[in-house]
Design a protein around this ligand. Structure first.
Ligand SMILES: [Ca+2]
Ligand SMILES: [Ca+2]
Ligand SMILES: [Ca+2]
Length: 512
């Protein structure tokens, strides 16, 4: 047996034919790397970087960049025949920078992949399917490696059988044509709802796990995501924005096991411009990092949390609908008065010049503010809410909130800032409203099946605050009879003496 092992070590990778490479993995597994594609791609040994290790070789890199035309649209399949090893082939880096790929399948861990021309609507990778991403760290790569993957253009189907661990994958909208933000027809803002998503579908069988590094374990998308399913958690690490999903566009449907914040700011979080449907099968738990374990978007449709939402007194869990106000330059036509000299003649033919006011049409550049107000349509939390802030921003609105358990030391606010004292439900709360319509600063219905509690610290205060609240029920208080109309309800609720439901008056806060 020892002799056989020794012989294996001595057999280097070979090209079985121009489209098939064979090598022996570090643990003795036999690995086949195959390529196919429309341009009849062919391997040479130059595309591969190996280092001798263990019972065979570590494939550190597959570099296709020497022949972009030949490898355009290629499918790359890495299969493993289990021998003495784990049945996986862990590979460091697939470099297809500037090349759009077809299906990439790896039965093993991948440290990093770069692909895509960054131009047009052709996918940068049509289908990326790996066993894990980043689980081996940098150990499979040459010195100076990285766990950052850059996908320049649409990513079709993205599947990871187990975990994404410490590795970051960024998908960038193509510079010209194709989906994602960018100049649309007529120079208007992008209408991403009409173009296909930048990531069609994402499926992670395990968790997305952040590490100590900035944006480690972060899936970021410079456009829309169709559907996403993470069976495990978004698990934040010490790195800022680590272990999360960040999407500058809209997410259609997303299902996640749990959100678990780490020590890093905004770690273990999901941030998107909009989400139609978010289901968290477990709980949302803030960590030590500010804003960790948070859900944030401009437009949140249905948010369903099967477990609880749990923060700490120091660092509340946050579900935030952020309002976005941006300025836009527009050219409008205006009728403007102008004084001009005109010649006026009398009956006798005597003329003189005099100043006359006339109206002329001029094109005038103006700056307008365009608002996308923060909104949460339906929020359902089956478990408890402890130390949480659920807030919609400027002109924000919240539809219905249903909580199966208790509501404790937590705030719910639409278009209200806590004011100088930093607490909701007190008289210095300030309405943040500029829109004229009645839905700004409005909360539809609130139902809390369990008890309602502030805290035992009389120096603290908690509240439900908005311009107008349509209905309120808690098991501990029963249904509160609210008066129709805005800014006319104020109730002390619960037994702790520091929790109020309050419709905030328009205008400056009342003294005291
Ligand atoms: Ca192996
Ligand atoms: Ca206050
Ligand atoms: Ca009212």
């Amino acid at each position: 047996l020892n002799i056989e092992e020794l012989e294996r070590r001595l057999v280097p990778a070979i090209l079985l034919n121009p489209t098939t490479l064979l090598y022996t993995d570090v643990d003795g597994d036999r690995v086949t790397v195959q390529v196919s594609g429309p341009a009849g791609p062919q391997f040479t040994l130059d595309e591969f970087t190996f280092v001798s290790a263990g019972q065979g070789e570590q494939l550190q890199q597959i570099d296709l960049t020497s022949s972009p035309a030949g490898f355009a649209g290629s499918n790359l399949t890495i299969q493993v025949k289990r021998q003495s090893g784990d049945g996986l082939a862990n590979i460091g880096y697939i470099n297809a920078s500037g090349i759009d790929l077809g299906n990439v399948t790896l039965k093993g861990d991948l440290g990093r992949i770069d692909a895509g021309t960054g131009v047009g609507s052709t996918p940068a990778i049509a289908d990326l399917h790996v066993h894990s991403l980043g689980a081996m760290g940098l150990s499979t790569q040459p010195d100076g490696g990285s766990l950052q993957s850059n996908i320049m253009g649409p990513l079709g189907d993205f599947r990871v059988d187990t975990n994404i661990q410490g590795a970051a994958l960024s998908v960038f909208a193509p510079a010209i044509g194709g989906p994602g933000p960018g100049p649309g027809p007529g120079d208007g803002p992008s209408t991403s709802t009409t173009s296909p998503p930048l990531i069609t579908q994402m499926t992670v069988g395990g968790s997305i796990i952040g590490s100590d590094d900035f944006e480690s374990g972060l899936i970021s998308c410079d456009g829309d995501i169709g559907t996403a399913n993470v069976a495990g958690s978004l698990q934040g690490g010490a790195g800022i924005h680590s272990g999360g999903i960040q999407c500058s566009g809209h997410i259609g449907e997303i299902m996640i096991g749990s959100l678990v914040g780490g020590n890093g700011t905004s770690s273990g979080s999901i941030h998107a411009r909009g989400i139609d449907d978010l289901t968290v099968n477990g709980s949302v738990v803030a960590g030590a990092g500010f804003g960790s374990g948070s859900i944030q978007g401009n437009d949140l449709g249905n948010v369903t949390i099967m477990g609880s939402v749990t923060g700490t007194a120091v660092n509340p869990a946050q579900i935030t609908a952020v309002s976005q106000i941006r300025t836009e330059e527009r050219i409008i036509e205006r009728q403007v008065p102008e004084m001009v000299w005109v010649e006026v003649c009398n009956r006798n033919g005597v003329c003189h010049e005099q100043l006359e006011k006339v109206t002329v049409t001029r094109q005038v550049p103006i700056t307008v503010e365009v608002e996308s107000r923060g909104q949460i349509n339906n929020l359902s939390i089956q478990g408890n809410v402890d130390f949480a802030n659920i807030v919609a921003g400027f002109d924000g609105q919240i539809g219905s909130v249903w909580v199966g358990g208790h509501w404790h030391a937590s705030n719910l606010a639409a278009a209200v800032s806590a004011g100088p004292d930093g607490f909701y439900g007190t008289t210095d709360d300030v309405l943040r409203i500029r829109a004229k319509d009645e839905s700004a600063g409005r909360i539809g219905s609130i139902t809390i099946m369990g008890g309602l509690l502030g805290s035992s610290n009389p120096d603290e205060h908690f509240g439900i605050a908005a311009r107008e609240i349509d209905s309120f029920f808690a098991n501990s208080t029963g249904k509160i009879q609210l008066h129709p109309g805005p800014s006319n309800d104020d109730f002390l609720l619960g037994l702790t003496g520091n929790f109020r439901l309050r419709e905030v008056p328009v205008g400056p806060p009342s003294p005291g």
